[in-house]
Design a protein around this ligand. Structure first.
Ligand code: NAD
Ligand code: UD1
Length: 337
């Protein structure tokens, strides 16, 4: 029996591959590499010393997906595959709904065909929209502020409805906060193409000298140092969360949304200063205008994850930024070197 990982070659997926292989799971990868490289999967094999089948396929290619389910006995699916750039989703909503939502529909139809009734889904704290009461917990009302978020919202709702219609179906909706860092080997990591949108890859590219200075998007937020607060979580902790969710789904039917965060909030300036301290590398930066859509703060309640999954993040910001820097330093051109 194998676990199918869609989007396995991506940032979070590749770290989850390592965790699952190390825990003894058999895995199958399905990815079209639209935002990743098959080299990441080679590195996963190198880290774990284990091999696994990897298919290059778009989720929306029904025939190819069906062939994977025919070739392997799939017991459950961890569904990472999706487009994730918020700004791009505003410009290209149709592409985002098509890829993320329609791709999920095709996947779920094929799962039904083969009687596979367990899915762990990569959702996001973005489904809490503009909520202002912290910490964010799973009972809070949802609402999104961009098409990317709405695709996550829609897939969550689809999975809730599926579980209502089929009492044998298990779905865990993992709402990630801000995944950062990389595996301690420095062999896999976050590898955005072009100028990074997210804070940590921008910081590491300034550190490596590829970008000159970090723009700090506003210092007039309603927070202690004026820069926004976020719940950064080490991607290896996140990967462990998926293994815990797998175990939970194997023992429980129905649909549960669960936050994966640390419950701790760090500001943009905290990130810069911590990076400089733990790595001994200066991060030149300047105060730039606010970025549209950024909230003052976003951090997670960890109660439900601890209660249902027995999972808790272990790594702190020092580890995250040390590991992010090791990855960037060892792979200044990402997987393309
Ligand atoms: P990523 O872009 O690194 O990985 C996504 C993977 O999915 C890539 O390998 C890409 O090639 C693949 N993919 C995309 N569309 C596909 C399709 N139609 N068919 C097959 N493969 C396809 O992103 P990530 O950071 O690893 O994120 C994984 C998931 O977690 C995504 O669904 C993302 O929306 C979600 N998420 C990520 C973050 C984050 O900050 N990284 C936060 C919250 C939620
Ligand atoms: C962003 C997305 C969120 C998505 C998440 C994935 C937006 C509005 N939100 O979250 O939907 O789920 O990425 O990881 O795009 N910052 C700078 N300078 C930079 C980059 C970022 O100051 O060059 C600041 C931002 O203003 C923010 C913080 O750093 O306060 C974190 O930003 P980022 O890493 O992009 O994550 P989020 O905005 O929290």
């Amino acid at each position: 029996m194998s676990v199918l990982l869609t989007g396995a070659a991506g940032y979070v997926g590749s770290h989850a591959c390592v965790e699952l292989l190390n825990q003894g799971y058999s895995i199958v990868s399905a990815d079209n590499y639209v935002n990743s490289s098959p080299v990441a999967l080679e590195r996963v094999r190198q880290i774990t010393g284990r091999d696994f089948p990897a298919y290059e396929t778009d989720l929306r290619d029904e025939e190819k997906l069906r062939a994977i389910f025919r070739a392997h006995k799939i017991e459950s699916v961890i569904h990472f595959a999706g487009l994730k750039a918020v700004g791009e989703s505003v410009k290209k909503p149709l592409e985002y709904y098509d890829n993320n939502l329609y791709g999920s529909i095709v996947l779920l139809k094929i799962m039904r065909e083969f009687g596979v009734k367990s899915m762990i889904f990569s959702s996001s704290a973005t489904v809490y929209g503009a909520a202002t009461k912290m910490p964010l917990d799973e009972k809070m009302p949802l609402g999104c502020v961009n098409p990317y978020g709405w695709t996550k919202f829609a897939i969550e709702q689809l999975l809730r409805d599926l579980c209502l219609a089929d009492p044998d179906f298990s779905a865990v909706l993992l709402r990630y906060f801000n995944p950062v860092g990389s595996h301690k080997s420095g062999l896999i990591g976050d590898n955005p193409s072009g100028i990074p949108n997210n804070l940590i890859p921008y910081v590491t590219r300034v550190a490596v000298g590829e970008l000159e200075r970090l723009p700090v998007f506003g210092n007039d937020y309603n927070t202690p140092d004026g820069t926004p607060l976020r719940d950064y979580i080490h991607v290896c902790d996140l990967a462990r969360g998926h293994a815990a969710a797998m175990a939970y789904a194997a023992a429980h039917k129905g649909c549960e949304a669960i936050n994966l965060g640390t419950g701790k909030a760090s500001s943009v300036l905290d990130v810069i200063h911590t990076f400089e301290r733990v790595n001994g590398v200066p991060i030149p930066h300047f105060i730039a205008p606010r970025r549209a859509g950024d909230a003052d703060e976003s951090w997670s309640s960890t109660e439900k994850a601890e209660r249902l999954l027995g999972w808790k993040a272990e790594k702190g910001l020092d580890d995250m930024l040390r590991d992010a820097w090791r990855w960037q330093r060892q792979n200044p051109k990402g997987y393309h070197a």
